[in-house]
Design a binder for this molecule. Structure first.
Ligand code: HEM
Length: 401
């Protein structure tokens, strides 16, 4: 019997996942990988197989069910952060997932995003006003995070002044920190949201928390733990990802400065530019963990029951069998069905908001500045050490009026 080789990844993986995926692809599209933390998982790097994994009901998302428990033991890892704060839709299968998802889809619908669009424009302009006059800034901390964070805070009903506080708790939850450190961050966040519940019980507002706390038209009502987990899922899903997308888009514009004139001359191109940024540098690296509930054939492998499977969005979106010239950033690409927002029943419910926030942020920046360039050598840029986020730690840029 042949034994599958395990590909052991070093810390360098986080800085340059694409070269790791290129190497892995020489062996096929499904790989048994050991991450620097010691976690073992099956990583899918091919586009068609990724869609199959996202859609296969035999592959579970129940982190807190038996599939998740067995798979964590087999993978030599602890992924769980005990409920309630993390017991949200991303880690649930139908029918529980269906119920939670319906509520999230309503909260983040195109109509909600459309109504909120003028406010996002105001937020972007006012954040730009705050650092006007400075010719060099960290684009992520001074612009991308404040725009994405303030937007979602207003929708949820969180005071924007608290943004940096809970952003730290969120970043820790998705980092590679020890489980007890992540758990402590989740508990701090839980305490914070409970205080918001108390405030809303005193006086309801025009915000998502107030809406979730009141009975809905169809009689379904989330309990307090479910609302807490929903708020956590939406914040975890949104702030870092949208900021990451804005940061990655600005990085593209600094490494290929001709894009700035093209986009300024034709702002209608900005959505296509962002889609190509999502494909080329996907804001996410690996999608969230899935667990096999029965043996399955995947690519050239038979994967046993109780294993962790991860779809590498960053690899899938550069699959040469699916995308022409995958390593070239081409804003005029005719076909761009990337999987940066996932696929199937867990596909990102915040995609419309993410696209709108990023489009507004990039358009406002290009209107305000005639030239945006990197303020450090590109080799000095560092990426977050996260399996999930493909987000820079900082992005120092020079801005010229
Ligand atoms: C560029 C920005 C974003 C990217 C790249 C992104 C990516 C993704 C991906 C890949 C998934 C599926 C994960 C999986 O199946 O394993 C997902 C799910 C999710 N995203 Fe996003 N996301 C973004 C923005 C947002 C925003 C703005 C929100 C909320 C306001 C959000 C909330 C969620 C939630 C709640 C889920 C779980 C859905 C479910 O389990 O049914 N995301 N996102």
């Amino acid at each position: 019997m042949s034994v599958d080789p395990v590909h052991r990844l070093s810390e360098d993986f986080f800085q340059d996942p694409h070269s790791v995926y290129r190497e892995l692809n020489e062996h096929g599209q499904v790989h048994q990988v050991e991450f620097p933390s010691g976690m073992r998982a099956w990583v899918v790097t091919g586009y068609d197989l990724a869609k199959r994994v996202f859609a296969d009901p035999a592959i579970s998302k129940e982190l807190y069910g038996s599939a998740g428990e067995i798979a964590q033991a087999n993978a030599n890892t602890v992924l769980r952060l005990d409920p309630p704060v993390n017991d949200h839709m991303l880690y649930r299968d139908p029918p529980h997932h269906t119920r939670l998802r319906k509520i999230a889809m309503k909260a983040l619908s195109s109509a909600v995003v459309r109504d909120f669009t003028p406010r996002i424009e105001e937020i972007a302009e006012s954040v730009l006003d705050e650092f006007a006059g400075q010719d060099s800034v960290d684009l992520l901390t001074t612009y991308a995070y404040p725009v994405s964070g303030s937007g979602i805070c207003e929708i949820i009903g969180i005071d924007a002044a608290d943004r940096t506080k809970f952003q730290g708790w969120l970043a820790t939850q998705i980092s590679t920190a020890d489980t007890d450190v992540k758990y402590a961050a989740a508990m701090e966040f839980e305490g914070y949201v409970h205080r918001l519940f108390d405030e809303r019980r005193e006086k309801a507002g025009n915000d998502l928390i107030s809406e979730l706390m009141s009975p809905s038209a169809d009689g379904d009502r989330l309990d307090q733990d479910e609302i807490l987990a929903m708020v956590n899922a939406i914040l975890l899903g949104s702030v870092g990802t949208v900021a990451g997308l804005i940061g990655n888009a600005v990085l593209m514009m600094t490494t290929q400065p001709h894009l700035q004139d093209e986009l300024r001359g034709d702002p209608e191109l900005i959505p296509a530019f962002l889609e190509e940024t999502l494909r080329y540098e996907s804001a996410g690296n690996l999608a969230s963990p899935r667990f096999t509930t029965q043996p399955l054939e995947l690519g050239a492998h038979t994967i046993g029951s109780g294993e962790v499977v991860l779809v590498a969005a960053a690899a899938v979106n550069r699959d040469a069998q699916h995308f022409d010239r995958p390593d070239v950033m081409d804003v005029r690409r005719a076909e761009n069905r990337h999987l940066a927002f996932g696929y199937g029943i867990h596909r990102c419910p915040g995609a419309a908001l993410a696209r709108t926030e990023a489009r507004i942020a990039i358009a406002a920046l290009l209107r305000r500045y005639s030239d945006i360039s990197l303020a450090v050598d590109i080799e000095e840029l560092r990426w977050q050490e996260s399996l999930i986020a493909r987000t820079l730690l900082s992005l120092p840029v020079r801005l010229e009026k």
